[in-house]
Design a protein around this ligand. Sequence first.
Ligand SMILES: [Zn+2]
Length: 134
Amino acid sequence: MIIEPTDWEEIEFFNRSEWACSHCGRCEVDHTFVERIDELRRKYGKPLRISSGYRCPEWNAQVSSTGHDGPHTTGRAVDLAVSRGEAYQVLKIAMAMGGFSGIGIAQKGQGRFIHIDDLRDDETVGPRPTVWSY
Ligand SMILES: [Zn+2]
């Protein structure tokens, strides 16, 4: 499932650097998942800022309670940084698309971070489908 390098020519709205591990630059993302987030962006119709895409296990252990094997290490998870006003619409589109099984929301002042992944029960530390705050 992991494709490195992903064919970024097929991705309309994002580039590799937006998805790569901010610590080492590796970018072991799942191409189908990136395509689905690209579709979400297309439906949304406005820029979406990725705050975290792929994370290598080492980096994930430093920044997340999920340790070395959290959702972001699978290449099938993304955190989107949106404004308070945008969050509802982004979630609405994601839920309408279906197939996303993990939704996490973080609130920082007027900003929101929306985690989206499509992992299954047997692929992650937590049960799916699920919603959490972080
Ligand atoms: Zn890294």
